[in-house]
Design a binder for this molecule. Structure first.
Ligand code: A2P
Length: 329
């Protein structure tokens, strides 16, 4: 299959190439795409060099699939053009996520909704993916009413400049700032831009996307998103109130049985999810599972996942695999 990677030189694009290679995705022709300044440069896939092409040229090469991770503006401008040319786009940006006619997909939850007609398919926000994957089996069983989530997000979610800012600060080098404040030895309650309601865009993604993915507007999510100086993955402290009561052992079993979720929860051995353990892996790790003793039917837990893998690249590639296996291209 002919596949284009839009943003192949970027942080997520590079991980996409890695994941495609690891999963041996059936590629007949790989088309790496980046901005004009990278055209002609070489990237490596399965040990061979591939020349980066411009986005306009990539459309005329008529790929079957285009995986987009080059920012919202690039998606807004170019994804519809690929779709018109017959390419199925899987978009990592937030440009189309809340469009009524575009599906927002976490394959383990709702890939069954996809049809041949879906030409622009959207990949949820990284923090949303790990949250909904863990919440989905619990929602099905106990019905969620309200979720309060606080995130502890990796600098890799911001991009190369932010990773460099942290490196520079660790090494005492003055350099370009990706954030309005130092990130080393700090915590910034500020992920993405602020909206008029006082929440950040990241917090509003966490509030809205789970309802769309789980196709249910009867529960609500409120979020505080915080950037911390880690690079291995995002962590989330999650408080969930259900309509029905639960049994903690059953909660653990439901999570352990969920595809893509791994329970790491044993206080006696100091076992709990951490970004350092999740880094480079595809699973969503859940631990610190306990009852909120201040309120009925309410659970606390801690969810960690590698934001560049399941939070972005792996989820995108899984959608592509679903389309391929089910002949939806
Ligand atoms: P380039 O490396 O040439 O700038 P990140 O999210 O890590 O910053 O990466 C963004 C990715 O999107 C990079 O691969 C970048 O290419 C690519 N990109 C940015 N603007 C465009 C554009 N207009 N067309 C195609 N690719 C783009």
């Amino acid at each position: 299959m002919k596949i284009a990677i839009i943003g192949a030189t970027g942080m997520v694009g590079k991980v996409m190439l890695k994941v495609l290679e690891e999963r041996n995705f059936p590629i007949s022709e790989l088309i790496p795409v980046a901005s004009e300044r990278s055209v002609g440069k070489s990237i490596e896939y399965k040990g061979s060099p591939y020349k980066v092409v411009g986005i306009n040229d990539a459309i005329s090469m008529k790929p079957k699939i285009a995986l987009f991770s080059a920012g919202g503006d690039t998606s807004l401008k170019w994804a519809p053009k690929f779709a018109e040319a017959g390419t199925t786009v899987i978009d990592n940006s937030s440009a189309f996520r809340m469009d009524r006619d575009k599906k927002l997909v976490v394959p383990e939850i709702n890939a069954n909704l996809l049809t041949k007609k879906d030409k622009i398919i959207t990949n949820p926000n990284c923090s949303t993916i790990q949250l909904v994957l863990a919440l989905s089996p619990l929602h099905n069983k106990y019905k969620m009413k309200r979720v309060v989530v606080s995130t502890y997000q990796s600098v890799s979610g911001t991009g190369v400049k932010a990773v460099q800012q942290l490196e520079n600060e660790i090494n005492g080098i003055e350099g370009e700032m990706a954030y309005p404040h130092p990130i080393g030895r700090n915590a910034l309650p500020h992920c993405d831009v602020f909206e008029d309601n006082g929440y950040t865009k990241e917090e509003m993604k966490l509030a809205r996307e789970p309802q769309k993915i789980l196709d249910d507007r009867t529960f609500s999510v409120t979020a505080t998103a915080v950037r911390i100086p880690t690079s291995g993955g995002h962590s989330e402290s999650v408080n969930v109130q259900f309509e029905n009561d639960f049994n903690l052992q059953e909660v653990r079993e439901l999570l352990a049985e969920t595809k893509g979720v791994i329970v790491q929860d044993n206080p006696s051995t100091n076992t709990y999810p951490m970004p350092i353990l999740a880094h480079g892996k595809d699973a969503v790790f859940v631990g610190r599972i306990r009852r909120d003793e201040t309120q009925p039917n309410t659970l606390n837990m801690w969810i960690v996942s590698d934001n560049l893998r399941k939070g972005a690249a792996t989820n995108t590639v899984q959608i592509a695999e679903h389309l391929y296996v089910n002949r939806l291209l």
